[in-house]
Design a protein around this ligand. Structure first.
Ligand code: FAD
Length: 323
């Protein structure tokens, strides 16, 4: 069975990110999953990959990955594509993942499919990617016709399923070319991370819009999110107004999320916002305007003033938690 390369997303201390397990689940449908690990190996990381069906783990322990931005990782993948001739390469559809995928596509003369929400083997065994387009109003199934199919898969779109794999480690010696060292990392600032889950990986996202009225009003979104153990998101109207940081913007020019539950509070549902959340499994909207477009895609909707509805909702949530 042909190998399918999966680029691991992991923390500096070797913890495997959830999206990598999702990619492994997709890779098993296409062939034999081989993980590509850029950076110092991690026994705990390899053990985790084994639980999700990795048959092989290529570990390239080079300081180049932490000293320079994405180019060395694209070079590493290109060299493995040349040596392993994989059936496909899967990367996380994160900002970094998509940049690596683009560079890899150029280096290998291959086709690239981004924003995939599902991947399956077609009748001839070639990977078929499912992609939502035009803000999710059209779904297309795409195949790559040239080179090695490279597919960037949205985090949270595919459920990670455990399956035992050998996870045999294969050490790869790697040194980035001078060209890949053009953009060096000069400083690292660790983002302050509260107790809330990461926006793109969270199972529940509570997003607030202009309907919250102000920076002060937006705090009700944080309270609701915390009562549910959710991540906080925001519409562009909110981030442009400076009520909440841009890093939390959901939509076409922000983050793409696909949680189990997405709550849109005081958000009208403009197409650019929908582009970033439409594939959420369940969508709940709270809006005082019954005609708001968000209700077209909501599974459940509450028409009402959010400053009345949300406190009542939090009261019910705390009753259920027995708090
Ligand atoms: C190129 C481009 C890219 C863009 N990218 C993005 C993007 O990435 N993400 C994004 O979000 N937008 C993006 N936008 C902007 C987008 O078009 C909308 O302007 C924006 O999403 C609107 O945000 P909103 O829904 O919070 O505000 P509004 O559209 O003003 O909606 C506010 C809603 O709150 C409701 N409301 C008001 N008061 C209350 C209350 N007390 N209780 C309950 N409901 C209330 C109103 O009925 C209304 O539906 C982009 C636009 C362009 C042109």
């Amino acid at each position: 069975m042909a190998e399918v390369l999966v680029l691991a997303e992991h923390t500096a201390d070797g913890e495997v990110k959830k999206v990598t397990l999702e990619l492994l689940t997709a890779a098993r449908r296409l062939g034999s999953p081989s993980v590509v690990w850029a950076g110092p190996g991690s026994a705990a990381g390899v053990a985790r990959l084994a639980e999700y069906g990795a048959e092989k783990v290529y570990v390239a322990d080079s300081a180049d990955f932490s000293s320079y931005v994405v180019a060395p990782t694209a070079e590493l993948l290109a060299s493995l594509v040349a040596s392993a001739s994989p059936a496909a390469v899967l990367v996380a559809g994160t900002i970094e993942g998509k940049e690596i995928a683009g560079r890899l596509a150029v280096k290998t003369g291959s086709g690239l499919l981004t924003d995939a929400v599902d991947v399956a083997a077609g009748p001839d065994g070639a990977p078929v990617a499912e992609q939502p387009n035009f803000g999710g109003s059209i779904t297309v199934h795409s195949v790559v016709k040239s080179g090695t199919p490279i597919i960037a898969v949205r985090p949270n779109a595919i459920s990670a399923e455990a399956a035992a794999g050998a996870a045999a480690v294969s050490e790869v010696s790697f040194a980035a070319s001078d060209a890949a060292k053009a953009a060096a990392i000069s400083e690292r600032v660790v983002a302050e991370k509260g107790a809330r889950p990461d926006l793109t990986e969270a199972q529940i996202v509570v997003s607030g819009g202009r309907g919250t009225g102000s920076e002060e009003g937006f705090k009700i979104i944080e309270k609701l999110a915390d009562s549910l153990g959710a991540a906080v998101g925001a519409s562009r109207a909110v981030t442009d107004a400076g009520w909440y940081p841009h890093a939390f913007q959901v939509g076409q020019t922000g983050k793409t999320v696909s949680p189990q539950l997405y709550m849109a509070v005081g958000i009208s549902g403009a197409i650019q916002h929908r582009a970033g959340m439409q594939t959420s499994k369940t969508i709940i909207a709270i809006n005082k305007d019954a005609e708001a477009p968000i209700f077209e895609i909501a599974d459940f909707g509450v028409v009402g003033d959010l400053f009345t509805v949300v406190p009542q909702l939090m009261e019910e949530i705390s009753k259920h938690k027995g708090v």
